[in-house]
Ligand binder design. Structure first.
Ligand code: NAP
Ligand code: HSE
Length: 428
């Protein structure tokens, strides 16, 4: 019989149990497709006695994931514990030193230590694969690394955090405040143990940094992602954006310009009729643009047991079939250090502010925009009962620098109450 591919699985939570279930249920199918059995030798988690609702009796148990990673009877170390440091990092490094291939769902680990891990793996002749780390069940790493390998990639963007998309769409559908929907999502278990990873945009920025590296042949640089979460978005923003024909999304955008690599993860407005605008609930969507292919849109479940385990198994099957791809699509040593650039590509902006209701207030704001070289496309003032009037302005394309200048001038006018909200409108 052909030699089986033997796995050691570290982590038996949502994703780990999903992997075990797929291997148990689809064993014949996996063997037929790869030409060899795919088996589990041993597993590891914190608690050996926890009921996980899956039969683990055929597998050896290791308390220590580092011991699991270095066992002689495993070929592939599957890391589904999580965390950028500690056991996940120690065990992944140990696995590489011990000559194992690695499959990981851990975006935090790879976004921070991906370059060093990829270099170590490639020096040892091993592979690290991480499809599940980006957009759950969507095979976006494969699409970029393989299907689009002949393209110069011009832009990568998408909604890559299901929890934030759930919060934003639920706010709009139910007319609820951010705080109310945040609490609801937390109670339903939709948010990470540290919710700031989701709503602060950090989880999505990890994913964007990983895709940027593959797309542009650059070393993964999470620290260079311009980051803004969804915590300041109000139900008024969502309603008024809808009124102007837009949806608000936590959108990641990466592009290489003459000034360097722009990576930003921030709330953006997208046309409500666009594929991104139509995205509901926890679903993810990634848009890839290349010089030959033009644009492709990938949509699917970004999290959960089945989708994430499905992505892990895609990587495992590649290894079982003998496919040996570089972690970031080209040898790690050839990845360039990108010059990080602040997003400078001009875009229209949505501005919302409260204006003191007195003669000349609007003129002062329009003047500040004009002085910064910003042209107004559309403007709306809402019916109001108190001393301030809600005003929305959609600008023509402008730069972040010009916008910052105008926002600073707004404060000096003395007619803008509080901080104006400014959200970029992304062309897709
Ligand atoms: P989870 O449900 O919290 O499970 C984590 C597992 O790791 C648990 O079984 C835990 O053991 C084990 N573990 C934690 N620390 C350990 C240690 N020091 N030694 C041994 N085992 C340890 O997490 P998850 O949702 O499955 O996520 C796993 C990874 O996949 C993370 O990197 C996550 O970012 C990534 N991911 C998850 C999803 C998703 O939808 N869940 C989607 C994409 C990517 P106990 O069970 O004994 O506590
Ligand atoms: N917290 C993540 C999300 C889970 O909401 O998309 C998958 O990475």
């Amino acid at each position: 019989m052909t030699e089986p591919l033997r796995l050691g699985i570290a982590g038996l939570g949502t994703v780990g149990v999903g992997i075990v279930r797929i291997i148990q249920k689809n064993a014949a199918l996996l063997e037929a497709r790869s030409g060899r059995p795919v088996v589990i030798s041993a597993v590891s988690a914190r608690s050996r006695t926890k009921n996980r609702d899956v039969n683990l009796s055929d597998y050896d148990w290791e308390d220590d994931p580092v011991m699991l990673a270095t066992r002689e009877d495993i070929d592939v170390f599957v890391e589904v514990m999580g965390g950028s440091e500690g056991p996940a990092k120690d065990a992944t490094e140990a696995a590489i030193r011990a000559g194992k291939d690695v499959v990981s769902a851990n975006k935090a680990l790879l976004a921070i230590h991906g370059q060093a891990l990829a270099e170590a793996a490639e020096e040892a002749g091993r592979v690290i694969r991480f499809e599940a780390a980006v957009a759950g069940g969507i095979p976006v790493v494969k699409a970029l690394t393989e299907g689009l390998a002949g393209n110069e990639i011009t832009r990568v963007m998408g909604v890559m955090n299901g929890s934030c998309n759930y919060i934003l769409t639920r706010m709009e559908d139910a007319g609820l405040s951010y705080e109310a929907v945040f609490d609801e999502a937390n109670q339903l278990g939709y948010l990470e143990a540290d919710p700031e990873l989701d709503v602060g945009g950090i989880d999505a920025a990890h994913k964007l940094a990983l895709l940027s590296s593959i797309a542009f042949g650059t070393q993964v640089d999470f620290d260079a992602v311009e980051l803004e979460g969804i915590g300041a978005i109000t139900i008024d923003d969502i309603r008024q954006a809808a009124d102007m024909g837009f949806k608000i999304k936590l959108l990641g955008v990466a592009q290489l310009t003459g000034r360097g690599l722009e990576q930003r993860m921030s709330p953006c407005l997208v046309p409500d009729t666009s594929p991104l605008g139509q995205l509901q609930g926890g679903t993810n969507m990634v848009v890839l643009e290349g010089d030959a292919v033009s644009q492709i849109v990938l949509r699917g479940p970004g999290a959960g047991e089945g989708p994430t385990a499905s992505a892990v198994m895609g990587d495992v099957m590649d290894i079982a079939r003998g496919m040996r791809l570089s972690t970031f699509g080209q040898p790690a040593k050839t990845l360039r250090k990108a010059r990080a650039a602040r997003a400078a590509v001009p875009a229209p902006y949505y501005l919302r502010m409260q204006l003191l209701d007195k003669p000349g207030a609007l003129a002062k704001v329009a003047h500040a925009l004009g002085e910064a070289g910003i042209s107004i496309n559309r403007m709306r003032q809402y019916e109001h009962g108190d001393a301030t009037a809600p005003v929305l302005i959609v600008t023509h394309k402008t730069t972040q620098t010009a916008l910052d200048e105008a926002l600073a001038d707004f404060r000096a006018t003395g007619v803008v109450s509080g901080d104006p909200v400014a959200i970029r409108i992304e062309a897709i």
